[in-house]
Design a protein around this ligand. Structure first.
Ligand SMILES: Cc1cc2nc3c(=O)[nH]c(=O)nc-3n(C[C@H](O)[C@H](O)[C@H](O)COP(=O)(O)O)c2cc1C
Length: 179
């Protein structure tokens, strides 16, 4: 696909997966694309944990579902869990001096690379921010002091899953042009 807008428009949060397992090579390509994302002072404050083994997937899913949210994950074959790692000294100094949270921004950009790469490979994804952080840390032996920022559900969509019209603010609402 050579048209970026077309790719970005095709990506949508998938909450209806087929049973088809995800190829390891495709997941690794998503990680490679996530890894080349830009970040403040090139700090790269992300760590990805890929989970495809079915028993661990089933245990992870328990920590993604609560209050009726994320029920669809029961049929998701693979996940990436993204942990924030300390950024470098320059980026943390910049964060402090400018009162910004560059690490979360960096992780968001990296996750965008991941999900768009997945889309380009014919996979579907859903970014998940609603989860039991401590439960996942315990399951995956992630240090208590680390923060899990996001989880990505990955799989092949079910045939019944159709492209939805995008509900977005108008460009007038989000854009100011100073000419
Ligand atoms: C940071 C973040 C957290 C999200 N958390 C969840 C979630 O926990 N469960 C879910 O079903 N969707 C989640 N989403 C997906 C959004 O609901 C979705 O991106 C948004 O409604 C736009 O729809 P689209 O992705 O289909 O274009 C999350 C998205 C982002 C970026």
């Amino acid at each position: 696909m050579d048209n970026f807008y077309e790719l970005a428009s095709k990506r949508q949060s998938c909450r209806n997966y087929s049973d088809r397992p995800v190829e390891k090579e495709k997941l690794m390509q998503c990680i490679k694309s996530a890894a080349i994302a830009p970040s403040a002072c090139n700090g790269q404050p992300w760590h990805y944990t890929l989970i495809t083994e079915s028993e661990t997937v089933a245990k992870l899913v328990r920590h993604l579902q609560s209050a009726g949210a994320n029920r669809f994950t029961s049929k998701t074959p693979a996940f990436a869990v993204i942990t924030e790692k300390p950024t470098n000294a320059m980026a943390s100094m910049g964060e402090r001096l400018k009162d910004q949270d560059f690490s979360s921004m960096d992780i968001g950009i990296s996750v965008a690379h991941f999900v768009l790469q997945a889309e380009a490979l014919g996979l579907s994804t859903c970014i998940i921010g609603w989860f039991n952080e401590n439960g996942i840390k315990e399951l995956l032996n992630i240090k208590k002091s680390d923060r899990i920022r996001l989880v990505i559900a990955v799989g092949y969509k079910d045939d019944s899953d159709k492209l939805r019209p995008k509900k977005r603010k108008s460009l007038e609402d989000i854009l100011t042009v100073i000419e």
